[in-house]
Design a protein around this ligand. Structure first.
Ligand SMILES: [Zn+2]
Length: 244
């Protein structure tokens, strides 16, 4: 114990022995603010300092409603109130996915579930991709690979698809809605993209709506096919390098 106290004393002494005191009056300063001044921004920056990754930036800078930015940020931080998250907090309900028999977690619901895979397969077909993303981080790289000239729309597209899956999942969970065809999720995502296109300049909005209409046409054709009991073929996950 004495040795420990001695060590602490030595540490404190090494820090203060070279400190120069002056006759000036003491001042109170805010350590994490510029010029030692308190600002709300400095508190926000300190609290979100771990959110400086590439994908966080893409979310906060994306042209999507603020509520959806927060949703994507929660997805990225694995903090959506989904079953595996609730179970960790002593919730005692069924862990099963609302679309299939597997356990529900964010990655499963938005990417690995057979319903999500159909949704992503339709989107992939519409943009000419031959695979689908397997997690939220990979989405941006996937968009970059298959839509290299549409960077300004990437976050909007990712957000609309994830939000549409989440919305329909909640309808099934809380309203008892039955999903007969996952293509309806694509239609919802398309309508969200058209609605959010209003956040873009007119020229970008027109380009976006043209692309979304094409995707909607493909989805509706698939939806109307009687034979769509044969779901569109599932595509393999993108096996590209796993982003950190
Ligand atoms: Zn599932």
């Amino acid at each position: 114990m004495l040795i420990k106290l001695q060590n602490i004393w030595d540490m404190i002494w090494s820090k203060v022995e070279t400190f120069q005191l002056s006759e000036a009056e003491d001042k109170i300063g805010w350590k994490i603010g510029k010029k030692n001044m308190f600002t709300v921004k400095s508190v926000y920056n300190a609290l979100t300092s771990s959110d400086v990754g590439l994908y966080h930036k893409k979310i906060w800078k994306g042209k999507i409603p603020a509520k959806i930015k927060i949703f994507l940020w929660l997805v990225l931080n694995n903090a959506i109130l989904i079953k595996d998250y609730l179970i960790k907090r002593k919730w005692t309900g069924s862990p099963t996915c609302h679309f299939c028999d597997e356990e529900e977690n964010i990655s499963h619901l938005l990417f690995q579930c057979s319903t999500a895979k159909v949704v992503w397969a339709v989107v992939a077909y519409a943009i000419g991709a031959n695979n689908v993303p397997r997690n939220i981080q990979q989405c941006w790289d996937w968009c970059e690979k298959w839509l290299p000239n549409g960077q300004k729309f990437h976050t909007l597209g990712i957000a609309a698809i994830c939000w549409a899956i989440w919305r329909i999942r909640n309808d099934v969970c809380f309203e008892g809605r039955k999903i007969t065809n996952p293509i309806s999720i694509v239609c919802l995502a398309c309508s969200l993209m058209c609605y959010w296109a209003g956040l873009f300049l007119e020229v970008d909005k027109e380009a976006l709506v043209r692309g979304v209409n094409l995707m909607m046409e493909i989805a509706v054709k698939l939806l109307n096919k009687k034979s769509v009991k044969r779901k569109p073929p599932l595509l393999e996950d993108d096996q590209g390098e796993q982003p950190e």
